[in-house]
Design a protein around this ligand. Structure first.
Ligand code: NAG
Ligand code: NAG
Ligand code: NAG
Ligand code: NAG
Ligand code: NAG
Ligand code: NAG
Ligand code: NAG
Ligand code: NAG
Ligand code: NAG
Length: 584
């Protein structure tokens, strides 16, 4: 038995091999011939060979001795097999070049091949069949793309349920139901079902949508449905069809551009709907059309807006941009042309160079900027150099206050008798004030004669001085009976005679509550020049300038020194060898 089966199997193999080995012109798979059908509905597929590939029709081919055979490959399978036409109820049957499914089921999805052959000739082609289930709660499946029909607004039109002939006997009258977006068409405005057709008495834009017809009939006591869908699209009536209308450029509008700026002109054209018409729009620059544009600075961009009131009509805007435009290019001829089957419109854009205002604006901006800059400079210079400016003024235009006032000393120095302050006064202050600025200092401990009465001598000295320089520090208050005497005397003299002025130099900060009455009084009316340690040591620094301003104006001629003193410090570049001579 087993051997017998094997022999038969081998025999079958050789036969099939022989068949397949024979040359057959395979024209591959024609996917354009896709058939989509709904599960449970009757469907027919026609061998495409006789429609598009051969001059013969089936009858002539058949009478010429050629036979038509069908094969299929089920979805997800890779073996081609003959079609079983011996199913119960003749579910699948062959009729000439047509294969009938009554009805088709989901498992029938696959690629179907029809082969036409005699002993010397063979030709085959494949095409797909897709069986779909309807979407839940819908009369259709979204995967099936409806056929599009276009109706003109205002027309009367008829929609006929297609591909129903031959499904049922001629004497059968099927029930036809029409649906719009799966809603039964019943008492609809302007739309009336009439058997296999749906009559539109006046097409309006809002009637657009998916129209489905379901044809129901009975055969051999079985109910069948045929479902077909159209997408009805509306377009403007031919009554409104006309040549393009150019909105811009026009004769009234002049475009002005700056040399070096961007040129930007819009060509805006209204195209009404014209059946089977192209819509062309393009720029021509000095006779060159868009296809010839090579300059990378040049760009065109097109945008389309549909006219919501007139289906199929649209406004097309074509923008021309040229960056960094040259004066020559502003004189070029910019022409926009639009055409459809009904006509051509062409217009040149009026382009001009923009002049005047920009240059003026730049100049104004420059002027303002310069003024602002100068003001800022002046403010900065004033704040940084005002001390120098005052000193300069005093040196050149100030009146010498030392002449004829009968005083002997320029400055009486009052300070705490304490090693640190003593060093500051005797070395630092004295060094600069006497040697650099040429003042005559009175320092009690240095200049008083031994054996005198301190109080009398102090008062005497102060009377003979033009300024009382008080070196403030915490020790000044704590250890300075002599110092306080000097301060009191100075204040009294200043108040009663007004011919001495007090200059406060803060050597070290002092707490407010430690201050004596006299010091508080002096500080409240006089500004304090602060010594900032190392920072203030440099003779050209701020401390010395402030101090110098507080000290008397003294012209070089009035000094008793043989060498003329320089009242203006060296750093102002008025210095001579003199000041150096003194220090050395
Ligand atoms: C087939 O073609 C022949 C001649 O080309 C024609 O006479 C005949 O009517 C056609 N048959 C069909 C069914 O179209
Ligand atoms: C469809 O095919 C699958 C296997 O491929 C099978 O299980 C199923 O029964 C078939 N359905 C029908 C309705 O024949
Ligand atoms: C039909 O064949 C093509 C390739 O020839 C394949 O891509 C496609 O999936 C097949 N269709 C079905 C339903 O099997
Ligand atoms: C087979 O068909 C071709 C084309 O119709 C024809 O030319 C050829 O004579 C036929 N061969 C036979 C043996 O009938
Ligand atoms: C018409 O049907 C198609 C495909 O089923 C769907 O994509 C589309 O949204 C439908 N249009 C309307 C207005 O329902
Ligand atoms: C035919 O379609 C109708 C709806 O139009 C539905 O009620 C009925 O069940 C369908 N019949 C079959 C056999 O699919
Ligand atoms: C558009 O023109 C074609 C022929 O070019 C014609 O068949 C069709 O009916 C026209 N459509 C309308 C809505 O006029
Ligand atoms: C500008 O060009 C268009 C077409 O390129 C032409 O018809 C028109 O006469 C030209 N205009 C001038 C002023 O040269
Ligand atoms: C063209 O213009 C549209 C709108 O005017 C804009 O969204 C788009 O980005 C532009 N395309 C190019 C390439 O400039």
């Amino acid at each position: 038995m087993k051997i017998g089966f094997l022999v038969i199997y081998l025999l079958l193999l050789t036969i099939t091999r022989d068949c397949t080995c024979e040359r057959c012109d395979d024209w591959g798979e024609d996917t354009r011939k896709l058939t989509q059908a709904y599960d449970g509905e009757p469907v027919r597929i026609r061998c495409p060979l006789f429609e598009d590939y051969l001059k013969h029709n089936y009858s002539t081919a058949h009478s010429a001795g050629l036979t038509l055979m069908w094969y299929w490959i089920g979805k997800g399978k890779d073996l081609e097999e003959p079609i079983n036409i011996r199913l119960p109820d003749n579910r699948i049957s062959k009729d000439k070049d047509i294969l009938w499914f009554r009805p088709v089921i989901l498992n029938d999805t696959g690629n179907y091949t029809c082969m036409l052959r005699n002993t010397t000739f063979c030709l085959k082609i494949a095409f797909p069949l897709e069986v779909l289930k309807k979407d839940p709660n819908s009369c259709v499946s979204n995967d099936k793309t409806p056929e599009v029909v276009t109706f003109q607004l205002g027309d009367t039109a008829t929609l006929t349920c297609p591909d129903t002939k031959g499904y049922y006997a001629a004497d059968v009258t099927p029930t036809v139901n029409w649906y719009r977006n799966c809603l039964l068409v019943d008492q609809f405005v302007d739309r009336h079902p009439q058997g296999l057709s749906l009559q539109f008495s006046n097409v309006l834009q809002r009637y657009e949508g998916n129209y489905t017809c379901i044809v129901s009939y009975e055969e051999n006591a079985r109910a069948y449905n045929l479902t077909r869908t159209f997408y009805v699209k509306t377009i403007a009536s031919h009554f409104y069809a006309r040549a393009p209308v150019m909105i811009t450029p026009n004769d009234k509008q002049t475009f002005e551009f700056l040399v070096g700026g961007e040129l930007n002109i819009e060509c805006k054209v209204y195209f009404s709907y014209v059946n089977n018409s192209f819509t062309d729009i393009g720029w021509t620059v000095n006779g060159k059309t868009e296809g010839d544009f090579t300059d990378p600075r040049l760009h065109v961009n097109e945008s389309v807006t549909m006219d919501p009131t007139s289906p199929g009509a649209k406004t097309v805007t074509k923008e021309l941009r040229i960056r960094k435009i040259t004066p020559d290019e502003l004189k070029h001829n910019y022409t926009c042309t639009a055409r459809n089957t009904l006509g051509v419109v062409s217009r040149q854009a009026l382009v001009r160079e923009k002049v005047g205002t920009p240059r003026y604006i730049t100049e104004l901006a420059c002027g303002l900027g310069a003024t602002l800059f100068l003001v800022v400079c002046f403010v900065v210079v004033y704040h940084v150099y005002w001390l120098e400016m005052v000193l300069f003024y005093r040196a050149h235009f100030g009146t010498d206050e030392t002449i004829g006032d009968g005083k002997e000393y320029d400055i009486y120095v009052s300070y705490a008798r304490n090693a640190e302050e003593e060093e500051f006064v005797l070395v630092t202050l004295r060094g600069v004030l006497e040697n650099e600025f040429g003042y005559k200092l009175c320092i009690f401990d240095r200049d008083s004669l031994p054996g005198g009465i301190v109080t009398d001598e102090t008062l005497n000295f102060i009377k003979k001085s033009r300024r009382l320089l008080v070196v403030i520090s915490p020790s000044y208050v704590h250890q300075g009976t002599q110092a306080l005497l000097e301060l009191k005397a100075g204040l009294e003299t200043m108040a009663s005679q007004g011919n001495i002025r007090i200059v406060l130099v803060q050597y070290k900060p002092i707490k407010n509550r430690e201050k004596v009455k006299e010091l508080k009084l002096a500080q409240s009316v006089l500004s304090v020049i602060k010594w900032k340690g190392e920072k203030s040591k440099y003779p050209g620094g701020r401390f010395w300038k402030q101090l110098h301003i507080a000290l008397p104006v003294k012209k070089p001629s009035s000094t008793k020194n043989s060498c003329s003193f320089q009242m203006v410090p060296q750093y102002l570049e008025f210095g001579t060898e003199c000041s150096k001579n003194i220090t050395t």
